[in-house]
Design a protein around this ligand. Structure first.
Ligand code: TXA
Ligand code: MG
Length: 312
């Protein structure tokens, strides 16, 4: 059900959960301090309680009351990338962030979204937690229709049109022991973009060895269909590129041109959702693209979407 910014603010302040557009993906929003609404988010998504949420702000100054310390480069990262698709995980004063939001950790994740409607809403409500607006484990929502399809036509959603980036924010976290910034999630900003500020391209730790929070271990972004790498003789659906030939037997669901990673990540979730809508049971994926920049985000999402099931 489409609602206005004013209606969304009213619902949120009265303790309800609503769908909200951001430039990355749609979020399921609740007021940070309302523990019942936060609990509703976990229930609605079917999200495990040990997977913490991101706190979304409208103004930079709103972050200071939460912070226990201010790591090096924090302000320059925030000034360069906020509002925008970067999430920063920072050490917090634990009393300022409810347990359920941070899943008991001594850190919390923050970002200021770029989408005008999201920021206007947060100005009316104060800080909002917003996980992606999808059922836990399935592809994120990049349109109003996706949110409606997961949560029903009566669920209140602010319609901000299709998301410009179409993939979640990149997450950096401050590693206190090593005194540097690490990559917690590939996303809408390429890791190389941070080199001029941090001196190096931030790297991630292998999640399986040392998850930052148990939530990183769950299955993500997955359609019901089995995803396989393209082979010579394709019969059926191909997730691939306009400028490549997949033979007579392939039906292309296009990620755009093979030199355009931004379009590819922007289209990915709609394509994965379409597989389920059309009850496709098996699809072939063209993974022949570079291992740099935003292509890494596309590769990682496709690998997660395949869920390690003998697929991509
Ligand atoms: O683009 C986005 O970030 C979207 C939009 C709606 O803003 N939100 C989003 O939220 O992707 P969600 O809940 O789907 O993903 C949040 C990620 C989770 O993987 C969680 O594990 C991580 O952030 N996270 C949150 N707090 C953390 C913390 N304190 N330490 C480590 N990871 C954390
Ligand atoms: Mg998510």
């Amino acid at each position: 059900m489409r609602i206005s910014v004013e209606e969304a603010a009213k619902l949120l302040i009265s303790g309800k959960v609503v769908g909200v557009p951001t430039e990355t993906v749609y979020g399921l929003a609740a007021c940070v301090a309302n523990e019942f609404a936060v609990a509703d988010i976990y229930a609605l998504k079917g999200r495990p309680a040990n997977n913490p949420l991101i706190i979304h702000l409208s103004h930079f100054e709103q972050i200071y009351p939460y912070l226990k310390e201010i790591p090096p480069h924090f302000e320059v990262l925030a000034k360069n990338f906020w509002p925008g698709s970067l999430t920063l995980v920072l050490p917090i004063k634990e009393g300022e962030v409810p347990m359920a939001v941070r899943a008991g950790l001594s850190t919390a994740a923050f970002r200021i979204p770029k989408h005008e409607l999201a920021r206007r809403l947060i100005e009316l409500t104060g800080p909002l937690v917003m996980p992606s607006a999808n059922l836990s484990g399935s592809p994120s929502s990049t349109t109003y229709e996706h949110v409606e399809s997961d949560f029903g036509e009566h669920f209140p959603v602010l319609d901000g049109g299709p998301c410009h980036r179409g993939v979640e924010s990149t997450i950096l976290y401050w590693q206190n022991e090593e005194k540097n910034w690490k990559l917690a999630r590939l996303g809408a900003i390429a890791p190389e973009s941070f080199k001029c500020i941090l001196g190096d391209v931030p790297v991630g730790v292998k999640v399986e060895q040392a998850p930052l929070c148990p939530g990183q271990l769950y299955r993500h972004y997955a359609p019901k269909a089995i995803l396989k790498r393209i082979s010579d003789d394709i019969q059926g659906v191909v997730i691939g590129f306009d400028d490549r030939d997949y033979g007579e037997g392939g039906r292309l669901l296009s990620l755009g041109n093979s030199n355009d990673p931004e379009t590819a990540i922007n289209r990915l979730y709609a394509i994965l959702r379409r597989l389920d809508q059309e009850s496709v049971t098996e699809a072939y994926v063209d993974m022949n693209f570079p291992e740099i920049g935003l292509w890494m985000t596309l590769r990682e999402r496709l690998e997660k979407a395949a869920g390690g099931r003998d697929g991509v």
